[in-house]
Design a protein around this ligand. Structure first.
Ligand code: ABU
Length: 366
């Protein structure tokens, strides 16, 4: 039997990966956690329902194009099995009028070594999203005797999990930034809640963003679950909507990270990188002033790239400044037309989840 699952970071040579699908995607109804994420001036406020068929078709075309680029380079690509996401869902603790999508996989699946763990998301609409990946998990389980198939403790997501009336239509951008600086987010600390895309894996160290989708209790849970790893809580005070680390702080290879210039890692949290001779470079500006229509994410998906190995990176085709910077940083850049998949949940890193990268668990911060 083969070894199928192994990945310790975002830069070792990629051999097998999951790429999401847009089929049946919904704009989910507002709920305590998501209303906080949708910017006040967004065209998406108050909208919900099936995403337009043409955008789904185009999003899938972009993802299929990414699959081709990966397969042409010998990477094995697996795809999830979409559900009928417009179904209403319920548990003993909550009801929600629909689910969301199986894009992006990076938010749901966290691969650490031979383990893939489904996350403990704070959005009620994402509660059952893991089911789209269960056929793949079963396949890996059957084919790889070392594969650890796990599920993080499921949050109850009762009303006690959120600060109610936290969201206020009139809140200014400045007030939001004060909240971020004060680490005052919409979730409470009654249970661990986290999105896998808030976790940056670097061998023995896990850097986890505390923000709208991951709380402090999750950090505590991670440290107890993985006592042999060092868990670091990180914050990016310049981000009014802190959600997911992969458009903010992105490693390209051992020793090199690009950091969003509007979301700088605070001085005291940089110390561990500087002490170990890591270079933190400000990411290039995005090529676009606005995200595409019906997109939750920011223009900083420009830096949300997929590293294939320490010398090769896939960057969105229109992000010319980011491509030029990567080139100057010594990376071979492969452009990929993915922008029309952004509305479904993110860029190149978001749209994927690691299954296998060559390499071992190293200590980069001894
Ligand atoms: N899922 C990454 C989104 C980050 C951003 O909107 O900047």
């Amino acid at each position: 039997m083969a070894k199928i699952v192994n990945s310790w970071n975002d830069w070792d040579p990629l051999k097998r990966v999951i790429v999401g699908r847009c089929d049946n995607s919904m704009i989910p109804p507002e709920e305590p956690a998501t209303s906080e994420k949708v910017p006040v001036d967004s065209e998406m406020r108050g909208m919900w329902g099936l995403r337009p068929a043409k955008t789904v078709e185009r999003g899938n075309e972009c993802l299929d194009n990414l699959v081709k680029i990966l397969e042409d380079r010998g990477v094995v690509v697996d795809r999830p099995t979409p559900l009928q996401w417009n179904q209403a869902i319920g548990t003993p603790d909550f009801r929600n009028d629909s689910m969301m999508t199986c894009m992006p996989p990076r938010d749901i699946l966290l691969t650490i070594g031979n383990e893939i763990m489904a996350s403990a998301n704070s959005f009620r609409c994402r509660y059952f999203e893991y089911l789209a990946y269960w056929p793949l998990m079963k396949q890996y389980f059957d084919e790889d005797p070392d594969f650890l198939w796990t599920q993080a403790p499921r949050p109850r997501l009762t009303d006690a999990s959120y600060k109610h009336n936290y969201y206020d239509e009139k809140i200014t951008l400045e007030e939001r930034l004060v909240r971020t600086a004060n680490k005052d987010f919409v979730t409470t600390e009654v249970e661990p809640m986290w999105d896998a895309a808030d976790v940056m894996r670097m061998g023995k160290d896990l850097f986890i963003q505390h923000g709208l989708t991951t709380n402090r209790t999750a950090m505590d849970w991670f440290q107890r679950y993985y006592p042999e790893y060092r868990v670091h809580a990180v914050n990016f005070p310049g981000d009014p909507y802190p959600i997911h680390i992969d458009a903010t702080f992105v490693p390209l290879r051992p020793g090199l990270i690009i950091n969003n210039p509007h979301r700088k890692l605070p001085e005291e949290q940089r110390a561990i990188f500087e002490a170990n001779d890591w270079q933190i470079v400000e990411a290039a500006d995005p090529a676009h002033d606005e995200p595409p229509a019906l997109c939750y994410s920011s223009v900083w998906l420009s830096m949300n790239c997929l590293v294939l190995d320490p010398k090769t990176v896939i960057v969105e085709a229109s992000e010319v400044h980011q491509q030029e910077q990567m080139d100057k940083l010594g990376m071979n850049v492969i452009p990929c037309d993915l922008r029309d998949a952004y509305p479904f949940g993110g860029g190149l890193h978001c749209s994927t989840a690691d299954v296998y990268r060559e390499g071992d668990c190293l200590d980069y911060f001894p």
